[in-house]
Design a protein around this ligand. Sequence first.
Ligand SMILES: *[C@@H]1O[C@H](CO)[C@@H](O)[C@H](O)[C@H]1NC(C)=O
Ligand SMILES: *[C@@H]1O[C@H](CO)[C@@H](O)[C@H](O)[C@H]1NC(C)=O
Ligand SMILES: *[C@@H]1O[C@H](CO)[C@@H](O)[C@H](O)[C@H]1NC(C)=O
Length: 495
Amino acid sequence: MRVKFVRTLLVLALLGNIIIWHKIWWLFTSQHLSKPASSAPSTHDTPQRLHRRLARLVTIVVRQFETFENDVAATVESVLNSFPAMPILIVCNELPYPPLEINLPNDTFKNVRLINLQPEFNKSFEERNPLYYVRTKFVLLLPDSTRISNKQFIQEAVIKASRTGAVAIPVGKNQLTCLEMSLKIKEWSLRIAKVPGQLCDAVMGRHATLVNVNTLKKLSDPFMLPFMESLYIQTTATGLKIQLMRHQFNEGKPLFRSQQSQWKLQQLQQRRERSMFEKLGIKKVVRATGSVDWYGCSRETQRCFGSIVNGVPSYLYQNRYTPPCCLAGLRKVAHHVFDNLERAGIRYWLEGSSLLGAMKNGDILPWDYQVEVGVNRDDLNRCPWLVKAKNKPIADNYGYVWEKATEGQFFKVQFSNSNRLHVNLLPFYVKNGTMMRDSWFSKNRDFPEQFLHPMSSIEFAGRQVPSPNNIRDFLEINYYKGVVENPELPGKIVN
Ligand SMILES: *[C@@H]1O[C@H](CO)[C@@H](O)[C@H](O)[C@H]1NC(C)=O
Ligand SMILES: *[C@@H]1O[C@H](CO)[C@@H](O)[C@H](O)[C@H]1NC(C)=O
Ligand SMILES: *[C@@H]1O[C@H](CO)[C@@H](O)[C@H](O)[C@H]1NC(C)=O
């Protein structure tokens, strides 16, 4: 009797559950189905209703144009001809001079707004943010000198963009190229490649982009110049794909036809790119053509990071590794030093973190900031640069600077006078079977002489370099057990 009652109760509870789940499922699927239908215009609207609907869905943004030559006024007019009620934002870094030929107080332009990103008196931080004015779900980013003639396919673009998040619409009769961007933030690098297909990280060729406004709201600086490039690098980091569309907008007035304005534009573009990569922390760019551009430090500049405090370089706190230009520079210094030591006949071997890097991946550790080399103290006088460096820093014939360290009894070879990337030369001597060193660093680095008898060698930064034998034991004496498998970042920063 009781068992029967309990069983009935259980069945009832189960049934109730099924009904509730069904209701929830139904609610979700019906919402899912009805959402795009209600927000995207249907193809059966009358033209007037279509205009009004689109004006409530799309805000036009004109971001990049040159004050010395532009077609913004005509571009804006062409939009208003087709969509008199569509909101338009013109975004600039400073008020254009000569001013744009748009009579903003005129009622025709009541939905057009010029937004200056520059700080201004009596203007709040919010009021300088273009997104503050966007009330629509989508933003159409329009390049200067564009004519919107076909209204139908803005609608198609909206329907597509509500599925994929963003679409690219060609301007003029040019073929758009789909680009793949491999963004490696930790390594400060970006690799761009042309790829076939219709779903892209970035798009090359003159085009407009229709994008969900929420995508822009997620970006740190959506209106940075050069406009589309900086946008696509940032959207790539969020994982957004841009879908290419076949239809096209028409081109407006041809711009930058004279050689002088071409040159001017090129100069501006280069300056903007440099500033963008600096802001985004990208120091190495591999272009779609395969050429490599460096935006970090060079041999002629200071190195990319400042003085090292407590053995932890600043970039580790930014959750980044050594800038690629610095690793490349360090490899150059290392090769130069190895060549000089070998020519002079000085016994040397890879030490410390450099030996660890060689053991792990045949190179400098990705987060390391110097190269460490042990040398036999009794051999030092064989190298004329080291002899000279005892007195004062000296630049050799190739511009590398040899000097005695101020922190202890060891030597440094620097990349150049201005760039202080360096190799440390750490002198050791034998005493009763132990390799001893005079004071440098707090860390005890003495080790049994037998590690150097016989010497071994290991691949490092693209060449074979002498090393102690039994490297694993050697490193574990220097660091801790299991250091090769589990190397720690300095300063206990979590990798
Ligand atoms: C406003 O602009 C329209 C179109 O450009 C023009 O026809 C009209 O005369 C202007 N009105 C005033 C008051 O300037
Ligand atoms: C800023 O606003 C205040 C109050 O409305 C006004 O008195 C002042 O003149 C304005 N300053 C400028 C520079 O426009
Ligand atoms: C040399 O090392 C051996 C063994 O490590 C030790 O017994 C001896 O006392 C050391 N001699 C000197 C002079 O330090």
